[in-house]
Design a protein around this ligand. Structure first.
Ligand SMILES: *Cc1c(COP(=O)(O)O)cnc(C)c1O
Length: 374
């Protein structure tokens, strides 16, 4: 019986009034008649750099381009290897391939689901040039050991913080640890635009200069091209929206954390469930609330029948994707990542989610396990 339909994600007016404010900002940007690299972008870039504790932020077309441009800025290309977790959204790996380098996958920690210094060190070779730390599901990676590792082997550290805007490690915001770091403002991310958008952040003036020129055809000034670049400019209308939403990022993240706490408390008594674990020194902004159980498929079917939508992040690890068969991986190469793929289930969690909706999810999960054991 469907007691309450619960979407996996929905855009709600949270905090109340934000929708109208974004619509007004959008209208103002439309009426500015200045659509490419205008004032809204400059203002947003300034504010986003401040929010991430970096000196420069460069708005680009999407999160994928942000990764590609970050790797390009570091001079990574053919013959180089880049280490990344096998448990990530495909964009991280594709960006490495795009610059001509070889993606080298690493397993993840079985508690945090993140790349660690230990799992990364296991796959370092003489060709390794960089490590991409993906702050998966919204939890910051344990950065200090990763930075020590990068220094020891003279590697570049790049953060992919597309899922973790505002998360911190040792009180410091993600996006400020690596030499150059990439994020996405895909609409459902914790900081989301009304379309595709992304940003690169860095405190290195030369890297920032490269990205800001490269994203705009390599133009130093109009019709004077220093390098052969691409077109990956952040859209002015998206920047206007992001300026509004950035002001509310802490509130949006707090609401996600409040909802997560309710799930953690209400589901802790179910022994067959593994709930998200947050490492000491790290914060989690719950872009994704992923639980684990060996009854994952049955639980998902049960919830679907009750009208509750869920998702799986990610059903096929990157190293086992058809697109990556050329790397020659086989099942068993990354046991933790593979187990995650088989047992993970992401529950509905988004700012503005109603108490009745969350209670319906909790009730249905409890009834599933009660039936299982009854
Ligand atoms: C969303 C996401 C990206 C890519 O962002 P797009 O803006 O969709 O290109 C990259 N990495 C991770 C971890 C993501 O979650």
């Amino acid at each position: 019986m469907m007691e309450q339909v619960v979407p996996y994600f929905a855009f709600r007016d949270f905090p109340e009034g934000m929708t109208v404010e974004t619509e007004q900002a959008l209208l103002a940007a439309v009426r500015s008649n200045n659509y490419i690299l205008g004032d809204a972008i400059a203002a947003f870039e300034h504010e986003f750099a401040k929010a991430t504790g970096t000196r420069y932020s460069i708005g680009v077309g999407n999160g994928y381009d942000a990764l590609v441009l970050s790797l390009k800025a570091l001079g990574i290309g053919a013959g180089d290897e880049v280490i990344l977790p096998a448990n990530t959204f495909i964009a991280t790996a594709n960006a490495v391939v795009q610059v001509g380098a070889r993606p080298v996958f690493a397993d993840v920690d079985k508690h945090t689901y993140n790349l660690t210094a230990a799992t990364a060190e296991a796959v370092i070779s003489t060709k390794t040039k960089a490590i991409i730390a993906v702050h998966l599901y919204g939890q910051a990676c344990e950065m200090e050991p990763l930075m020590t590792l990068a220094t020891k082997y003279k590697l570049q550290l790049v953060e992919d913080f597309a899922q973790a805007h505002g998360a911190t490690y040792a009180g410091q915001t993600v996006g400020s640890f690596g030499s150059i770091n990439a994020t996405s403002f895909y609409p459902t991310k914790n900081l989301g635009a009304f379309g595709d958008a992304g940003a690169v952040v860095t405190s290195d003036a030369a890297l920032a200069e490269f990205v800001s020129i490269y994203r705009n055809y390599g133009q130093q000034q109009k019709y004077h091209n220093k390098i052969i670049g691409v077109n990956s400019r952040l859209d002015e209308l998206q920047a206007a929206i992001l300026q509004v939403k950035l002001k509310y990022l802490d509130q949006l993240n707090s609401e996600r954390q409040r909802l997560a706490k309710v799930y953690l408390q209400e589901l802790q008594s179910i022994n067959a469930l593994v709930l998200p674990y947050t490492a000491e020194s790290c914060t989690h902004v719950y872009h994704i609330f992923s639980i684990r159980t060996k009854y994952r498929n049955e639980l998902q079917a049960w919830l679907t029948e009750k009208g509750i939508a869920t998702a799986i992040h990610y059903p096929v690890p990157v190293h086992l994707q058809q697109a990556y068969t050329y790397l020659g991986h086989k099942p068993g190469d990354f046991p933790v990542v593979e187990e995650l793929a088989q047992t993970s289930l992401s529950l509905p969690l988004f700012p503005g989610m109603q108490e009745a909706e969350q209670q319906a999810v909790i009730r249905s999960i409890k009834s599933f396990f009660a039936h299982l054991h009854g």
